[in-house]
Write a protein that binds this ligand. Structure first.
Ligand code: SF4
Length: 154
């Protein structure tokens, strides 16, 4: 699966909300694939999560603020994992990785990428609830997931 760096953080708090039903349906499928252990390839720019948005003329996925989130997330996650990370790096998706990422997210260690994000308070709340309802690494059959709701997120 192709993920831009800051989406490694957004995945931690994904509970089934997003820009549109198509965006959420795609995101849910990706969450299921990650939960099933699919390998992550770090990419630059729009990734598999962004895909349903790219036909929009004003898609924010190319914007400077989003690129800045990626740079901050890449540096912070590399430091956390104690390894070099760059575009093209491959990361194994397993429960230990997400546990480590969630602990750091809750501790604020990897939150530079979230600066100015409209959804930061929501992500704070989900982290504060110990990720109850988060979809990555909590189920592996996205076709059985409950209904969707709509909320924008980066
Ligand atoms: S605050 Fe924004 S950038 Fe940070 S994890 Fe949440 S949605 Fe992603």
């Amino acid at each position: 699966m192709r993920l831009r760096p800051h989406h490694l953080l957004c995945m931690l708090t994904f509970v089934g909300e997003g820009y549109s039903p198509a965006f959420v349906a795609n995101y849910r499928r990706l969450a299921g694939r990650l939960s099933a252990g699919e390998t992550i390839e770090i990419v630059s720019g729009p990734d598999d999560i962004c895909a349903p948005l790219l036909s929009d003329e004003d898609a924010h996925c190319f914007g400077a603020s989003v690129t800045g989130r990626d740079a901050a997330a890449l540096a912070d996650i590399a430091r956390l994992l104690g390894r070099e990370l760059e575009i093209g790096s491959v990361i194994a998706s397993d429960p230990a990785l997400f546990q480590k990422l969630r602990r750091a997210f809750s501790a604020g260690v990897t939150r530079r990428a979230c600066t100015g994000c409209d959804w930061s308070s929501l992500c704070d709340r989900i982290a504060g609830q110990d990720y109850a309802g988060a979809l990555v690494m909590t189920f592996s059959r996205p076709e059985t997931a409950p209904g969707i709701s709509v909320r924008p997120r980066e």
